[in-house]
Design a protein around this ligand. Structure first.
Ligand code: PA5
Length: 435
């Protein structure tokens, strides 16, 4: 399995001795776990270090959820939400739910109407709750869990505790203590894997298994990526190439990257990518601002700005070689809609031509172009793609001399909430120390 990467500029020209030296240093820091944030490099070996036994336990729990429930509520925000959402959207079919259990997210926003309506909706369903929080103290999911836990206890009484599953840090946090006290089933997010790098842990695996997808294939895809992208090869390792190109474009006056795609089911993969890069790189007054567009929709809105607005943007298009289902034009006798020129063109082919047309136009308009291509969307390719982006992101942040694994800016607003609401100082001081 491979990711192929194309760049509109001359990549070889970017390979100065300085960049060779920097990449070698980063590679060494990652391999020896000695760079800034090295305590959070657990994701690097994770596809190889996760035990088959852990996968079996996740699958068994998923099977049990499927037996006892027809709805799973997944409570979480940021890295504890967006990766699962991205995988489920990417793999789902559009109109009919193919999932044995409906998966509904909560805690990624605070909205009384949403929660009230959700609880009303749940009244006619059998429910399991999976609350996910690495720190176990983030306010938004804690609020959602507060209301949903009450709901579960009122509705199921003692049985509620067998319908609540907690995914949290192995050593600390309020959620962990609560889970132990209440006897909830617990899955661990290893301490050395941060939120936005946790999609391949129980955080993403449990909802994926409940939805009926193959978690072994996801991990297999990540394994092949771990082998491929750990190589120190500036000419052939696309994770390093992507990081080198991004750094070059950033230094050349392009501080905004747009991730575009024609595949609507990748919308939340784009969201996951945005979180990964924004929280990893956007620090100390530095970093590329990551944003996204969905084509063709956005060719008819933001496309104007990309083509013609401020020249601060470069574009990375996420392309898929094969789609699962497609439609092909067949010419009609009368050609009343004047579309016979599309005879024998499939919609996937049309999109590829549209991509070439937009990419050429944007390039001529001064927008550097990168293309990242994967063969198809399935569990294995998704696992591979997630790992690819995580590795590229770590290199990118290190190239900017930034710690890829903390998020001091996010902590600022979290602390302000505590201050405004007068949360006892002990709790938030403690959270500051442990994050
Ligand atoms: O990447 C991160 O660490 C953050 O985006 C977190 O995922 C997010 O803030 C949620 O935190 P937690 O999982 O601790 O509730």
């Amino acid at each position: 399995m491979k990711i192929s990467l194309q760049y509109s500029g001359n990549y070889s020209k970017l390979l100065s001795s300085e960049i060779h030296h920097k990449i070698q240093t980063i590679h060494h820091l990652m391999a020896t776990r000695s760079g800034t944030g090295a305590d959070y490099l657990g994701w690097v070996d994770w596809p190889h270090s996760i035990h088959l036994e852990s996968l079996r336990e996740i699958q068994e729990t998923a099977d049990k959820i499927c037996e006892q429930s027809n709805v799973l509520i997944v409570i979480g925000i940021g890295g504890s939400y967006i990766g699962s959402k991205a995988m489920l959207e990417a793999l789902s079919t559009n109109f009919e739910s193919s999932h044995p259990v409906e998966i509904i997210f909560a805690g990624h926003l605070v909205n009384g109407s949403y929660l009230k309506r959700l609880m009303h909706y749940l009244d006619s369903k059998e429910v399991t709750v999976n609350v996910v929080s690495k720190s176990g103290t983030t306010t938004e999911p804690a609020i959602a869990f507060h209301f949903l836990r009450n709901y579960m206890e009122n509705r199921y009484g003692e049985e509620a505790s067998s319908r609540i599953i907690v995914t949290t840090d192995e050593n600390e946090g309020t959620l962990r203590s609560l889970a132990i006290e209440k006897g909830y089933k617990r899955f661990v997010i290893p301490h050395n894997i941060g939120g936005r790098y946790s999609v391949l842990t129980a955080v993403g695996l449990l909802p994926l298994a409940v939805a009926g997808y193959d978690i072994h294939q996801l991990i297999n895809g990540a394994k092949s990526a771990a082998e491929e992208y750990s190589k120190l090869d500036l000419e052939k390792n696309p994770a390093i190439q992507y990081a080198v190109i991004r750094k070059h474009l950033y230094d050349s006056g392009y501080p905004v990257e747009i991730l575009s795609t024609f595949e609507s089911q990748l919308k939340y993969v784009q969201e996951w990518w945005k979180q990964l890069f924004a929280e990893s790189e956007g620090k100390a007054g530095k970093g590329i601002f990551p944003t996204s567009v969905l084509y063709s929709t956005d060719l008819h809105s933001l496309g104007q700005y990309i083509q013609d607005g401020q020249r601060i943007v470069f574009e990375t298009c996420l392309l898929i070689e094969k789609v699962q289902e497609d439609l092909t034009f067949v010419e009609t006798k009368q050609n009343m809609d004047q579309l016979n020129y599309l005879n024998e063109v499939s919609l996937h082919e049309f999109n590829h031509i549209c991509y070439k047309a937009a990419s050429l136009a944007h390039l001529q308009g001064g927008v550097p172009q990168i293309a990242i291509t994967i063969e198809q969307i399935d569990e294995e390719h998704l696992g591979h793609l997630f790992y690819f982006f995580m590795m590229a992101c770590a290199y990118s942040a290190y190239l900017l001399d930034i710690n890829p694994f903390d998020q001091p800016g996010v902590e600022e607003y979290k602390m302000n909430i505590f201050k405004f609401l007068k949360k006892p100082a002990y709790s938030y001081n403690r959270q500051l120390q442990t994050k």
